[in-house]
Design a protein. Sequence first.
Lengths: 218, 465
Amino acid sequence: MAHILIVEDEKTISDLILMNLEMVGHTVVQAFDSMEALSATNDHHFDLCLLDIMLPGLDGFQLIDSFNKLSIPVIFLTAKDSLTDRVKGLNQGAEDYITKPFETLELLARIEVVMRRFGKPNATFVYKEVEFSPTERTVRKGGQIINLTAQEYALLEVLIQNRNLALSRDKLLEVAWGYDYIGETRTVDMHIQRLRKKLDWEDVIKTVYKYGYRLEVS
Amino acid sequence: MKLRSKIFISILLVSLTTLTISSYYLINRNHIDNIMREKDRSLNEFTFLVNTLDNGINAQSKKEELRPLFLRYLEYYKTRDIILMIYDDKEPYAVNFSEVDLKYYEHLFTVQEGTRQLQVIEIENKHYFFVSGKLTKSSNFNIIYARDISTLYKLKSQSIYLSLLIATTSTLLLGFLSYLYSKWITRPIEMLNQNAKEISEGNYSVRNIPSKDEFRTLGNAFNQMAEAIETHTAQLEEKAKDLQEFIDNLSHEMNTPLTSIQGYSEFLIKANASLDQKQRAAQNIHVEAKRMKDIYTKLIQLTLTRVHEPDLSTVMITDLFHELEERFIFQLDIQDIFLEKVIEIDQMTLDYTLILMLLSNLIKNSIQALPNGGTIVIKSYQHNENPVLEVSDNGYGIPKDKIDAIMIPFYRVDKSRSRKTGGAGLGLSICKSIANLHHADIVIQSDEGQGTKIQIIFYKTVTTS
């Protein structure tokens, strides 16, 4: 998973992002102002930076040049939601521009997109004898390749990317099947059951009562 | 119809009518005078003639003997183009012009002896002034005298023709002049019209003042109006801008706690989190909700102070300062800050609750400016007849270029709006509103690194002891 720098002066928001990113397996460093951000880049190599615009000292628009020089992709995460700021941010070389308030799943998905664009797909994920390899697009259990349909594979990928986070049936339909897919949430249930059976993951893919499913990894 | 055309047409109409009537009257008058003169002349001549003839006639003279006498006169008058006809009763006895038809003047024979009959008779386009009478000594003879007065009629018609010509020419000239005149006189109206049009298009700064007459007054009034509109529009724009800024700032201020609350609650619902993580999430939701409530309370206070009528009463300054000290004693203790109270005026007339709120805000700011201890002085005193309340500290101070802006709602000297150094940025806005309610001014003096002194100078509520 990725090593991510959060530059955000509001501690509660910074903590919120940190908790969510760590939950799905990223590693995170927090910086609360521009000086901390710059010194953090000296000590670490980051795969991505989530950058607020309004910061004490140098603001996000001034900071992004430093990240560009270090080839660290930047996603702006800010309350400034005007079109001019958006255009300015993207023109300055940001990979994406997310406005507050944001949804956790959306943030994770956009991070995923940027990571993929920079040739850093998810590393192979191993848990309870199951080996999920995105580079090969294969799933093995105890070394044996398990045959999954394309749809089952897509569903598993979404669950792993958002592991430890509950996904509603609607959200799963939207992400794993596509926005234009018109189907019933029963479809999701059926695919989940098949996945559980094929991977023997009855207790890993948990049902969240009246909501959806969650891949629980300890 | 345009005002210009109205002026143009009325000038034309009035002048044409006066000209026609007056010239007609003059011509007619002149004509009558001329005829009267001819009448007198003819009558005189006729009387003279009759007398002469009478003198040349003896009572015994026979008719036949008179003819040579008559003819002599007839010849003489013929050279003067005067028709003279002598009738014996109704028979022509001697005439000098034969071509005149009898029917035109037959009725003149009825003249009585010793009287004269006068008449203007038109014969074949010629006007004659006829006089008839009888000889006294031989009453059988009718004398008809006719003077050609066609020239008079010719003169009249010539005059009419001429006056028509003059009228037409002068009307044309007058028309041209009155067109120019009406254009000139309505010029200020055109100008004002143009101005009004420009103003309606939003260009308030066009200010042409018309010529020096009544229109100048109107123009001035017009300009005042335009100026007033311009100022009011500018004020409205300024207000709208301030309001927009207020809303932008408010939405930003609300956005951060909302993001946190939304994010942490989502985390609580969805994440397979540890108890410790859940505890932290709930804690943060609580803090952020409190923060929103804080902003909300401040906003309500701000709104209240903007519409509120101050509840004025005589306040003992010792009480006020004491309550302030009580409020902050805990915080002052923790940060090792010394609060000094200087009371030079004992009593003031003010709204206790609002002034307490104002001073609390100022002290809160001072405490934030003194993270490592220091002194805050609250003071009441008189300055130039005006009572003053003052809060000063020896803390960070405010950068010179920021002093003007700090009264703006949500403004914070620290651009990032970090919460470490303070609330929503509404405190001083509230202070300003409260000061306004008391007709008081807030004067801020500050040196970066030296400290800040804030005076509230009361101008109207002067009560001291």
